[in-house]
Design a protein around this ligand. Structure first.
Ligand code: NAD
Ligand code: MG
Length: 418
């Protein structure tokens, strides 16, 4: 019997993290797979992290947040669990603590990066530099730092296996294909919670409304990104790096049913589309074991589905796609600026500080007004990220008072009209 696969899971307390834990347990139960969880990390919530450590037999846990009540609560919970377990469980803290866990990985191990936001970049880079495969949900790693991550992976031989459903679908479609035959890829977009709302109503959607995703249950940031179509913009950039494709060879299309996840078009006009239930456990499992063997995680009943619906993404209603192409044309640190501006704007929206419609506007302003520089190392990304966050805070603070709550905001002359 082969040795268990050593796995480090970052973002263990989130939506992808929870699904990953479920998939690992299922693989152990139903397929006899064995995982040695060398560590689990989360952002700030102690209880789900401690529970996951208990369930997996993890040897170490790390919490990004070093403050109270998270870290003391984690230490107390882990002390209780460790006394019942037959091995000690180490508790680490902060980005440093997470870095210590990543530094323990070696070739043959797997990092599952399910962190949300640019905070996930450091681990991705550390792992690929050490020749460690990364199952990547954290698309922001590639949006901000693809220009560092991909060359580092090529140099070390580390693989980046996409978990993002569209990219996992394309990855599956490409199995056995000659790269020179590929003409373009098509990423599908559900359209998010507000896809059928008109422009003005969507501009003022509340966080509760924008968080009501029609087909996927996900963490808050990616759900808002879906409502603004920023998610697809980020994914176009992610695909550019993952598949070494020119921007014009990556398309996006609206597909409200979320059944077709990705499509590859070949030179002769033939296409391979990947269909499946809208269930993130499928791409996660493929990333963990590298196959699509059963048991099934759900089945599509094509007879009852009847027809598949596709439509163009309206560029005026969803200008985010255009921004992605602008970012790719600018190059350098533009991806880091774009990503950080979006993270900061989404956080402001979720906190009630700006209307939904301001997110894409503010990000567009950031990429035009903050000069993108060359990207040679992580310090370039950190500087660009910080500049974008400062810019968004200052611009949002300059918005008219009450703008976020008002039925008609006084900024509309600056917003793109449909
Ligand atoms: P989530 O908000 O549910 O979970 C995020 C996780 O990251 C949590 O465990 C949180 O504690 C952790 N985290 C936050 N800040 C951190 C920090 N500074 N350091 C370390 N950990 C930190 O998000 P999610 O929906 O699971 O998404 C995770 C990633 O996967 C995102 O990049 C998202 O775009 C991508 N993704 C998610 C889905 C989905 O179905 N949820 C689908 C495709 C891609
Ligand atoms: Mg996706």
């Amino acid at each position: 019997m082969s040795a268990p696969r050593r796995v480090l899971l970052l973002g263990a307390t989130g939506s992808i993290g929870a699904s990953t834990l479920e998939v690992m347990a299922q693989l152990e139960r139903e397929r006899g797979c064995r995982f040695d969880v060398i560590g689990l990390a989360g952002g700030s919530r102690a209880e789900p992290l401690a529970a996951a450590a208990h369930a997996t037999g993890a040897r170490a846990v790390a919490l990004a947040d070093t403050g109270s009540p998270g870290l003391p609560a984690l230490r107390a919970s882990i002390a209780r669990i460790a006394s019942a377990a037959d091995h000690p469980i180490e508790v680490l803290a902060g980005d440093e603590g997470i870095g210590v866990l990543v530094s323990r990985l070696r070739p043959g191990d797997l990092l599952v990066n399910a962190v949300v936001g640019a905070a996930g970049l450091r681990a991705t880079l550390m792992a690929v530099r050490a020749g460690v495969d990364v199952a990547l949900a954290n698309k922001e790693s590639l949006v901000a730092g693809g220009a560092l991550v991909l060359p580092a992976a090529a140099a070390s031989g580390a693989r980046i296996i996409p978990i993002d459903s569209e990219h996992a679908a394309v990855h599956q479609c490409l199995a056995g294909a000659r790269r020179s035959d590929v003409r373009r890829i098509i990423l599908t977009a559900s359209g998010g919670a507000l896809r059928d709302w008109d422009h003005d109503r969507a501009w003022h959607a509340t966080p509760a409304e924008a968080l009501r995703h029609p087909t996927w249950a996900m963490g808050p940031k990616v759900t808002i990104d879906s409502a603004t179509m920023m998610n697809k913009a980020l994914e176009i950039i992610e695909a550019h790096w993952l598949f070494s494709l020119a921007p014009q060879d990556i398309s996006a299309i609206m597909h409200p049913q979320s059944l077709v996840h990705g499509i590859v078009e070949f030179g002769d006009g033939s296409m391979i589309a990947q269909l499946g239930p809208a269930d993130m456990r499928i791409p996660i499992r493929q990333a963990l074991v590298g196959d699509a063997a059963g048991p099934a995680l759900g089945r599509l009943d094509l007879e009852s589905i009847g027809a598949l619906e596709f439509r163009a993404i309206d560029d005026r209603r969803f200008p985010a796609i255009r921004l992605a192409r602008r970012v790719l044309a600018l190059g350098g640190t533009a991806g880091a600026i774009f990503n950080a501006a979006n993270e900061a704007a989404v956080a402001l929206f979720l906190g009630g500080g700006i209307p939904l419609g301001r997110i894409v506007e503010l990000v567009a302003e950031a990429i035009e007004r903050i000069p993108a520089g060359p990207l040679t190392d992580e310090s370039d990304i950190r500087a660009a990220d910080a500049a974008a966050r400062r810019f968004i805070a200052a611009e949002a603070a300059a918005d008219p008072p009450g703008c976020a709550a008002a039925a008609t905001c006084a900024v509309p002359e600056r917003r793109p009209r449909p």
